[in-house]
Design a protein around this ligand. Structure first.
Ligand SMILES: [Zn+2]
Length: 208
């Protein structure tokens, strides 16, 4: 199934959850949006549209990283002393070099690291977990672990942590049901899907 269809199903899941919890109108809109996003998450393991949407374009990201690197060199040179100055200039230089050598395929890994770093600095456990999820998704093959029971459990933990952080009822169920809806609509349960998903990885790689 394509992304638009997955998002539509996810939005419907969010709406149903909101109705079940008799959520307020604003919470309903939020849960519908959240369901749409959560239903797209399993496909973070592909090179494609979604990757481009959540990562910046290659050129924009590279220029931003180079600019930050350059700024760090200048800032450390004028404002730092001793070891701090050398360390800051070294990191800035490393950012310049790494970002100019960066390939498209590493964009998602970099996004994962960025989300992880953001999670640590904000002390938000769901963001740390989600950064870890993105980082792992950038290394596994398409329709593999993100489309398995293990993926559901991992995302369920992220969702429960997100609900605890936001304090909005229905967040956990919306995320979990939207994620599962993606797997169902990618599976051979739908007659028009020729390929299925490896739901029982790593125990079995049989497609269902
Ligand atoms: Zn998929």
């Amino acid at each position: 199934m394509n992304g638009t269809a997955h998002a539509a199903v996810g939005g419907a899941v969010g709406y149903i959850t909101a109705s079940t919890f008799t959520s307020s109108p604003s919470a309903t809109v939020f849960l519908v949006g959240l369901g749409m996003v959560a239903a797209l998450v399993p496909d973070l393991d592909i090179d494609g549209k979604l990757r481009e949407r959540i990562t910046l374009s290659h050129k924009a990201l590279r220029s931003t990283a180079q600019l930050i690197g350059l700024f760090m060199i200048i800032y450390s040179f004028y404002d730092g002393t001793g070891r701090e100055q050398l360390l800051g200039m070294g990191i800035g230089l490393a950012m310049l070099v790494i970002s100019s050598k960066l390939k498209q395929s590493h964009m998602l890994s970099l996004t994962g690291i960025g989300v992880l770093a953001g999670g640590f600095s904000l002390q938000e456990s769901w963001l740390i977990l989600f950064g870890g999820y993105i980082l792992i998704a950038s290394f596994v093959s398409h329709r593999g672990y993100t489309h398995s029971i293990i993926g559901v459990i991992f995302f369920g933990i992220i969702a429960s942590s997100l609900e605890a952080s936001l304090g909005v009822q229905g967040v956990y169920y919306t995320c979990l049901a939207a994620y599962i809806s993606h797997l169902v609509t990618d599976s051979k349960m739908l007659p028009f899907n020729k390929r299925g998903i490896k739901l029982f990885l790593p125990v079995s790689s049989k497609e269902v």
